[in-house]
Design a protein around this ligand. Structure first.
Ligand code: HEM
Length: 515
């Protein structure tokens, strides 16, 4: 029995969906490149079809590559596919099952999802539109006076928004102390995810080896200390604000006001807002930056977008969320980017808690399940000429496009999606309204600098590396409107400027004097 078990370790069991040939012990591990793993998973989708399986040692991963398979396994089968696969380092060691994105403990998942549903459902998300719009005015102004700031400006906006909603304090500069702490922690998480987390799941022995033999514990503890410093500094701001009798009704204030209603433990008081920052800031920034990357030098698309904005909005006001239903072309640009460059190309892994059959194949209890969002969006059957950035494809009412689930699917679908969609719509419609997005010209050679629309950083989310683009203000009237709207946004922005660092205060004062 033992010999049989050892000799079949890493081999695909009977009944599983087909997939690439496996090797003894390791299964398919050696074929998955350490970087851009999803490209390999897309290649296999083309070879093995709508469902295939791969082996990581004795563990099974099932990959879903067609809308029908996703609907059947993840939507109809959502009750038994809502768990997450074990990620011991993050789920247990670091967060004690209190971090929603990693947890599979039913009562904790339900409790935390209820909190998200309270703060971020479709209706409550509308309450945050004014601060989203106000923050976008700062972004427009910054790009107008310094076009090269667009990349960091977008990142600043999204972290500022998450700080404001969760803790009631904004971040007017990306390099101030709190955003810097946050981004350092994100880098540390990405590093742990890249080279430690999966290894500890695959070789559990490493979890108990002493610190002088393995360095994962030291690195993880350093990251944990960084996160604790971030959330405790932000919480100090919340406590100070409560003493001062001012309020923005931030999530943390609401939780402190109604402790019984939310029933969060001390650890959840740390992990919940941390998760909002982690899941909400960079994802949204990267989604926005992907749209911009795809737009650079797309003269025809930009011309159509400008024509729509000119006729619906004019020059003397900025587009709003409420305008989006009258801006179908702008909506199509965003959808086309979600299809071509999904922020999570393989979604976030789920795990099966019971056996399920699909198409005659077994999706066994314990298997990891991945929704191959990238493959879905690049399937030539559903999206002819799939590599082409072609917003018009979404505007033909006779074509019903298959879903690609950029916000996930089933019971763990992204609870921040309404907020995120509003942020993307506000920022993209306003940047398009204000600027022409051209290729930058190399000052020495005089040639336009081409952008590589596949130049992305490795990390939890797919985020473009810094790229060159020229944001050219469309007219003086557009500039006057930006200044006017920023002046109008100041009172709202000021309510989130409680207890800010001196350098932040000086920055906002200088900007306000200029407008
Ligand atoms: C464009 C921006 C965003 C994208 C593309 C995105 C995408 C996703 C995806 C694909 C998942 C995994 C869903 C699944 O497992 O099926 C997810 C989960 C999650 N997202 Fe988002 N997200 C975005 C913004 C946000 C924002 C703004 C927040 C909160 C403020 C947020 C909070 C979460 C949370 C808490 C989860 C975990 C849910 C769970 O495990 O039950 N996301 N998101």
């Amino acid at each position: 029995w033992l010999v049989y078990n050892i000799s079949t370790y890493g081999r695909r069991e009977k009944g599983l969906p087909p997939g690439p040939p496996t090797s003894f012990l390791v299964g398919n591990i050696l074929e998955i490149p350490p970087k851009r793993a999803f490209h390999k998973l897309v290649e296999w989708a083309r070879e093995y079809g709508e469902i295939y399986s791969i082996k990581f040692g004795h563990k099974t991963t099932v990959v879903l590559n067609s809308p029908t398979a996703v609907q059947a396994v993840m939507e109809k089968g959502s009750r038994v596919t809502q768990d997450r696969p074990t990620m011991w380092l993050f789920d247990q060691y670091l967060y004690d099952h209190d971090h929603l994105i990693f947890s599979s403990v039913p009562h904790k998942v339900n409790q935390l999802r209820r909190v998200f549903a309270t703060f971020l459902n479709q209706t409550t998300a509308q309450k945050y539109v004014p601060i989203q719009e106000a923050e976008s005015c700062q972004l427009l102004y910054e790009i107008m006076v310094g076009p090269d700031s667009f990349f960091t400006g977008v990142k600043r906006l999204t972290i500022s928004l998450m700080f404001s909603l969760s803790y009631g304090v904004r971040a007017p500069k990306i390099d101030s102390p709190l955003p810097s702490l946050f981004y350092e922690a994100v880098d540390m998480i990405n590093e742990l995810l890249a080279d430690v987390s999966a290894l500890l799941d695959f070789v559990p022995l490493l979890r108990i080896l002493p610190g002088w033999m393995v360095n994962w514990r030291k690195r993880t503890d350093r990251m944990n200390a960084q996160e604790k410093r971030l959330t405790s500094e932000l919480m100090e701001g919340v406590f100070a604000r409560r003493k001062s009798d001012t309020s923005t009704n931030s999530f943390m204030e609401q939780i402190l006001d109604n402790p019984e209603e939310f029933g969060l433990s001390d650890n959840m008081m740390h992990t919940l807002p941390l998760l909002i920052l982690q899941a909400g800031a960079d994802t949204t920034a990267c989604a926005i930056l992907s749209v911009l990357l795809l737009l650079v030098g797309q003269d025809e698309v930009l011309k159509n977008a400008h024509a729509e904005l000119d006729s619906v909005i004019g020059r003397d006001r900025l587009p709003t969320v409420a305008d989006m239903e009258h801006l179908p072309y702008i909506g199509a640009i965003i959808k086309e980017s979600e299809r071509l460059r999904p922020t999570n190309p393989l979604g976030f892994p789920h795990a099966a808690s019971e056996d399920q059959m699909y198409g005659g194949y077994l999706v066994p209890a314990g298997a990891t399940i991945m929704v191959n969002t990238w493959a879905l969006g690049h399937d030539p059957q559903n999206f002819p000429d799939p590599e082409r950035f072609f917003p018009e494809r979404w505007l033909d009412p006779s074509v019903e496009h298959a879903d690609t689930w950029p916000f996930g699917v089933g019971r763990r679908v992204c609870p921040g999606m309404y907020l995120a969609k509003n942020s993307v719509a506000i920022v993209i419609s306003r940047l398009l309204w204000a600027f022409d997005i051209k290729k930058k010209v190399d000052p020495s050679a005089g040639n336009p600098i081409e952008v590589d629309t596949l130049d992305y950083a490795e990390g939890i989310v797919l985020c473009p590396n810094k790229f060159e683009a020229d944001f050219v203000l469309r007219s003086k009237e557009h500039g006057d409107t930006i200044k006017h709207e920023l002046r109008g946004a100041i009172p709202l922005l000021e309510t989130y400027e409680f207890g800010m660092a001196q350098s932040d205060l000086e920055y906002v004062e200088q900007m306000r004097r200029a407008v």
